[in-house]
Design a protein around this ligand. Structure first.
Ligand code: SF4
Ligand code: SF4
Length: 367
């Protein structure tokens, strides 16, 4: 499947021209005829564009302008994990970027139930994502504590409305593999028509929130196939695609069959800092469950950076965080290693840290 790659900056005239070009090449002009187009950026939480946590507001503007030019009716939607949608639009620069275009921007509100079969049964997904005839997916290139990277497939977890997200983390517990399978299932339900990745300013290290480090990469990438696009990003970062849990599951479930066919030049990106995931897990599933709790890195709060806002306490799906005098306390027996606290912390005060058991295991096994 075709993946178009073009160098770009956020200088608007260039960005607009490049985004129009990549969209044309993947068939974007098929949208139109007055149909609604759901534009789905990553609007995780309030963050400034230079923090590289959200899809850049000018990428969203260029995408909206493209939809308008081809005759579609764009609506910009997401379901943030933290903060009001209005605040994200203001602080993230989206309100300014979209001014004058007359486009609707709103949070997902209503869910609809979809039967997806085992193992998940019925899942609830934003009704708008199901009903819009076209979905234009606009992920950010950034790392993710649990899924390694959050790209095209992972971006659609934003189509699960508000409080349902922590519910899923709680239901799936420490099992990152099941979470990856859920993400692939949600992707299959939403089926974006196009995915355009903002890799101009990426986020490496302890992403996907403010604990990550912005890293200029300078690319826009587009495809009709989010799996192919995610695999092309793996190639960009010299990473085997099987290292992405979502691609492993997409392959296993038969949704991802073909290697990306790349139009354009992938820039050289050396030593992109990735978070360490569950590479230590070995053995049969029952043993893995036991190992997971002891070997999966723990969230650790750096008290010096913490402003004790307690947002992490509010979001923790397992109730593992409790208020403390200077910073929250973590009950590691209750913690399910979902890293929602890391994702949400406005100060980047939560990090993933390997415990002594994991360090010993690495020493013994050489992993
Ligand atoms: S760790 Fe982060 S989210 Fe939690 S209280 Fe401290 S600053 Fe707030
Ligand atoms: S403490 Fe953090 S990683 Fe552990 S369950 Fe709560 S939000 Fe998830």
């Amino acid at each position: 499947m075709l993946v178009v790659v073009r160098e770009s900056s956020y200088e608007y005239d260039q960005l607009r021209e490049r985004l129009f070009a990549v969209m044309d090449l993947v068939g974007g002009r098929r949208m139109g005829r007055g149909e609604r187009v759901l534009v789905k950026p990553n609007l995780l939480s309030p963050a400034r564009p230079e923090e590289a946590v959200l899809t850049h507001p000018l990428v969203v503007r260029a995408a909206v302008e493209y939809v308008l030019e081809v005759g579609g009716r764009p609506v910009v939607m997401d379901s943030p994990a933290l903060g009001s949608f209005g605040r994200i639009l203001r602080e993230g620069g989206f309100a300014d970027a979209l001014r004058g275009l007359g486009v609707e921007a709103a949070p997902f509100a209503e869910s609809a139930t979809v039967e997806v079969g085992p193992p998940f049964g019925r899942i609830e997904v934003a009704r708008a994502a199901l009903e819009c005839p076209w979905v234009l997916n606009l992920p950010k290139l950034k790392t993710h504590a649990q899924m390694l990277l959050t790209l095209g497939v992972k971006n659609l977890f934003g189509c699960v409305v508000g409080h349902r997200k922590p519910d899923w983390h709680l239901r799936l517990g420490v099992d990152g593999e099941m979470f990856a399978r859920l993400l692939v299932t949600i992707h299959e339900v939403v089926k974006p028509a196009f995915t355009v990745l903002d890799g101009v300013l990426a986020l490496e290290g302890q992403g996907p929130g403010k604990g990550g480090t912005p890293r200029p990469v300078g690319v826009l990438m587009a495809s009709r196939d989010a799996y192919a696009l995610d695999a092309a990003v793996c190639r960009l970062l010299s990473l085997p695609p099987e290292d992405l849990p979502t691609l492993r599951w997409a392959r296993r479930l038969g949704h991802w069959r073909t290697e990306p066919e790349i139009d354009g030049d992938l820039p050289r990106v050396d030593n992109f800092a990735l978070p360490r995931t569950e590479g230590l897990l070995v053995g049969p599933p029952a043993v893995q469950g036991l190992l997971r709790r002891h070997l999966t890195p723990r969230p650790v709060i750096t008290a010096k950076r913490c402003e004790n806002c307690r947002l992490c306490v509010e979001i923790c799906p397992a109730g593992a965080l409790s208020p403390g005098p200077d910073s929250p306390r973590i009950d590691y027996e209750a913690c399910i290693r979902c890293y929602c606290c890391l994702e949400i912390c406005p100060r980047g005060a939560v990090a993933k840290v390997e415990g002594p058991a994991a360090r010993l295991f690495r020493l013994v096994t050489g992993k």
